[in-house]
Design a protein around this ligand. Structure first.
Ligand code: SF4
Length: 310
């Protein structure tokens, strides 16, 4: 089993599709979200900081084109990368009227070396007309929809003030079945308040039952000036432990089909963010390496248990 690919890495998926390495370039489209502008409340999700889970290194004084071009120049010079995916990451990037969304996407779609687009959003914020547009676009370009599902336990979604339910997620995934080329990536966070290991692991069922193409695993990083900081300081929230996380993600990988692209095994806190805990949240490679080692130790791979648990 020495040469076996133990999981379906995003970098391999991109190399296979484009013939070379492709990097994302994070851009800020100036969106907000329904948890901040009052539509669903004014309390942000408890883990979210003032940049709306976005990258802090972006120079938001630049317009979209120049944010992309600046990132492209750096990556071309430093890493000799030649193909890129502009990534709308901060806040909810489908939360504006149809024309505004399309205008912002089209500002970067055809810039030099842009081979696709990635859009971060949530299951209750993609209107049908926009989904149609993205579905059509995905026939020509790679369109990645980064969907903040976070948990499949309503009690937990309520505690973290997410503002959507599991039913909203399922409703969206059912609609998305009409667009086979759209690449839909589930974002999941492990370590949310009150969520049990069994509940976290249970989220794997989404990948067996619905239109999902990828996953990004995150441990809960507790950041300064967030609701999670308060829960942590009051002793109500314990940071997730590395061993627990490594075992959980490995178990999860064994339960989802190999066709699901693994975009990320853990979430390194942004260099500029104010991580409080867990301490290992600042490392990118440490959790990933341990998960890879755990797969080897078990002599296992992504999807190993799919047929057994169906
Ligand atoms: S995580 Fe997303 S939806 Fe929640 S408050 Fe932050 S930007 Fe809004």
């Amino acid at each position: 089993m020495k040469n076996l690919k133990r999981y379906n890495k995003f970098s391999d998926f991109l190399k296979q599709r484009f013939g070379e390495k492709v990097y994302r370039i994070t851009v800020d489209g100036g969106f907000t979200c329904p948890n901040r502008d009052g539509k669903k409340g004014k309390t942000p999700c408890l883990y979210c900081d003032e940049r709306g889970s976005g990258a802090r290194h972006i120079d938001i004084t630049l317009d979209l084109q120049n944010q992309y071009l600046k990132g492209r120049k750096i990556l071309k010079e430093k890493l000799k990368i030649n193909k890129f995916i502009p990534y709308f990451q901060s806040f909810t990037n489908t939360y504006a009227d149809f024309q505004t969304c399309v205008k912002r996407y089209e500002a970067v779609l055809n810039l030099p070396d842009a081979v696709g687009i990635a859009i971060g959003t949530r299951p209750d914020c993609v209107e049908d007309k926009l989904l149609d547009y993205l579905g059509d676009l995905s026939r020509e370009k790679l369109v990645i929809l980064d969907l903040g599902i976070q948990s499949t336990t309503d009690r937990v979604l309520e505690i973290i003030k997410r503002g959507h339910t599991v039913k909203d997620t399922i409703k969206f995934l059912k609609k998305a079945e009409k667009y086979p080329d759209l690449h839909i990536v589930a974002h999941l966070i492990f370590g949310l308040p009150t969520e049990t290991r069994k509940e976290m692991l249970n989220s794997h069922k989404l990948f067996l039952d619905y239109k999902l193409d990828g996953v990004k695993f995150h441990q809960l990083n507790i950041l300064k000036n967030t609701g999670m900081e308060k829960l942590y300081l009051s002793g109500e929230l314990k940071p997730i432990e590395l061993d627990f996380y490594v075992n959980l993600v490995t178990d999860f990988l064994e339960r989802i089909p190999f066709r699901i692209v693994i975009h990320r095994l853990s979430a390194r806190a942004d260099n500029h963010s104010t991580l409080i805990a867990p301490e290992w949240g600042k490392f990118h490679h440490k959790p990933s390496t341990l998960i890879e080692k755990e797969l080897i130790k078990r002599d296992s791979y992504q999807g190993k248990l799919v047929d057994k648990i169906k």
